[in-house]
Design a protein around this ligand. Structure first.
Ligand SMILES: [Zn+2]
Length: 164
């Protein structure tokens, strides 16, 4: 894969993890409070740090450019997401529908017949594409929730919304 941007999302900007996963980016949510551990993971796995913590930005690995980090300005999730998309020129259509929104695992394609007993009948009747998370076994389809999130990302990406 050419575009292999991966992220580690600090707990102070946690909502970004789900947005990035919606777009198909590998976005690890860092729950701990040990900054050094987050930095170590980012270095080891080549992840971009997203944080509101200015202390992290002063670390040598970041000031020297060994590790990329983005200091998120706003405390409002939509603005945060726009900042990330603008800074890294992210494509909201990168690989939608490919990562579990809950556990950040790559989804596996399932045939329609395989999920028959596991999705509501009205879904089974109307949807033909299904994906399963190998970790939590959630079944995903391109339902309304997903569409709503993707539309929102599209808006953020195009700068359609007026943000004062
Ligand atoms: Zn999962």
């Amino acid at each position: 894969m050419v575009d292999s941007l991966r992220f580690i999302v600090d707990s102070n900007v946690g909502k970004l993890a789900k947005w990035l996963r919606t777009m198909g980016y590998d976005a690890l949510f860092f729950e701990g409070s040990n900054d050094s551990q987050m930095v170590a993971t980012a270095l080891a796995e080549n992840r971009v740090i997203l944080t509101r913590d200015t202390q992290i930005m002063r670390r040598r690995v970041i000031t020297k450019g060994q590790l990329k980090a983005i200091l998120i300005q706003s405390d409002e999730p939509e603005r945060q997401m726009r900042q990330v998309m603008d800074t890294l020129k992210l494509d909201y259509q990168f690989q939608p529908f490919s990562i579990c929104l809950e556990c950040n695992q790559p989804l596996v394609e399932r045939r329609k017949e395989e999920v028959k007993e596991r999705v509501p009948p009205h879904v089974f009747q109307t949807q033909s594409q299904y994906m399963e998370c190998p970790a939590c076994h959630r079944i995903y389809w391109r339902g309304t929730h997903w569409q709503a999130m993707t539309r929102k990302l599209e808006h953020l990406g195009k700068g359609c919304q007026t943000i004062p």
